[in-house]
Design a protein around this ligand. Structure first.
Ligand SMILES: [Zn+2]
Ligand SMILES: [Zn+2]
Length: 392
């Protein structure tokens, strides 16, 4: 029996898993109920799951050892109220509006299928259920905790739901597929005083305005026009009254690029421009990178191997050139080992699934769980088969 066929049999269980997770969303790095549920489900399948960092890992090994392929799903929700109108909608002040409940349920389905076919596996499949994708800390923390070691991981694969595409239709790409993201905080210190006596004060609002303009010039005057870069400051906080010069202001923004070299150079230049501009006006500015993740880079050979498994299963997975506009912290894994990533359609506007990720009314068609689970499992099994003759 193929993976897709078996996934069809497991559909109702995957829906139960998904709905439990959907009704019990948790945000950030600490997901006690979610990780508890995942551990329990994996144990029921015959795994020996363990906590790693604040996530969960488990593995299944074929009879003859071999290489190690990692499958990753994220499990965290978003701090927002759900307005989907679904009978199993979250009643909490957080909700699974990015579909991570779907990812976790799919990977549990894949884990069950791979365990059932353990005797055929040409190596080891390791599972990574991570917290904190939305805060861009989960993958980094699990990498630091050793998810890629013991046994060492040779290649990896992640996935994400996308709305607006027919349920279960998938896509994949090679090269850089999503942007890096750096959450920047710039604190500017001046010297407060009376608005009528600016000469006795150091106005941080003036410094902030100059810093904001100067930073935009880094894009227009120092960056190759062929590159895609965004530098947006969505928060500029300071001051209480019209006639008082405040002592400090705060700017918060985000830097996005598809090029790691450019990202490093811009972060350095932002630091310099902030410090020097503030100094020119007799103040001080410091830059803090609150959270960050690198661009997501796909490895051609890994993508070809897993795509070969999808083709054999008859899964509707299409090669797409498009880059994802958002960021994805699976990039922290992909920066360490050759990786692939796929997206799964969650239904079209006609299905009532037309709104974007992070929208309070988002819905996914649950049939997508079958294709997602089969894509995870068939991709991993095929990659191991194709690399079973390689030196370990
Ligand atoms: Zn998201
Ligand atoms: Zn997401």
């Amino acid at each position: 029996m193929g993976y897709l066929q078996r996934a069809q049999e497991l559909y109702e269980q995957m829906v139960r898993d998904r709905r439990f997770l959907h009704q019990h969303p948790e945000v950030g790095m600490d997901l006690p109920e979610t990780t508890g549920y995942v551990m329990e489900r994996l144990a029921q399948m015959g795994y020996e799951p363990r906590r790693l960092g604040q996530g969960v890992t488990a593995q299944t090994q074929g009879p003859e050892g071999g290489k190690v392929f990692l499958l990753r799903a994220d499990m965290d929700a978003l701090p927002m109220r759900e307005e989907s109108g679904l009978p199993f909608a979250s009643q909490r002040d957080c909700a699974h509006t990015c579909g991570h409940d779907m990812h976790t349920a799919m990977l549990l389905g894949a884990a069950q299928m791979l365990k059932e076919r353990e005797a055929e596996l040409k190596g080891t499949v390791k599972f990574m259920f991570q917290p904190g994708e939305e805060v861009l800390q989960g993958a980094k923390t699990m990498v630091e905790a050793g998810i890629l070691e013991n046994p060492p991981v040779d290649a990896a694969m992640g996935a994400h739901m996308i709305p607006g595409i027919p349920a279960g239709v998938g896509g994949y790409a090679t090269g850089v597929v999503s942007a890096s993201s750096d959450h920047l905080v710039i604190r500017i210190e001046g010297k407060g005083g009376h608005g009528a006596h600016p000469q006795a004060a150091v106005d941080p609002i003036n410094i902030g305005a100059h810093i904001h303009l100067a930073l935009q010039e880094l894009i227009s005057r120092e960056t190759d026009p062929e590159e895609t870069v965004v530098l947006t400051f969505g928060k500029f906080l300071g001051g209480e009254a019209a006639n008082i010069i405040p002592s400090s202001v705060l700017l918060e923004g985000t830097l996005r690029t598809f090029n790691e070299g450019l990202r490093a150079r811009l972060l350095e230049r932002i630091q310099t421009v902030c410090a020097c501009t503030a100094e020119a006006f007799q103040g001080k500015a410091c830059l803090l990178v609150l959270s960050s993740t690198c661009a997501l880079q796909m490895d051609k050979e890994t993508v070809e191997s897993v795509a070969c498994g999808w083709k054999e299963e008859g899964l509707p997975m299409f090669f797409r050139e498009a880059r994802m506009s958002g960021s994805e912290d699976f990039s922290e894994v992909a920066a360490q080992v050759p990786s692939a990533f796929f997206v799964v359609g969650g239904g079209t506007a006609e299905d009532g699934c037309g709104v974007s990720l992070h929208h309070p009314k988002i819905r996914f068609r649950e049939e997508a769980l079958m294709a997602g689970a089969a894509a995870y499992a068939a991709g991993a099994a095929k990659w191991l088969e194709r690399h079973s003759g390689d030196a370990v």
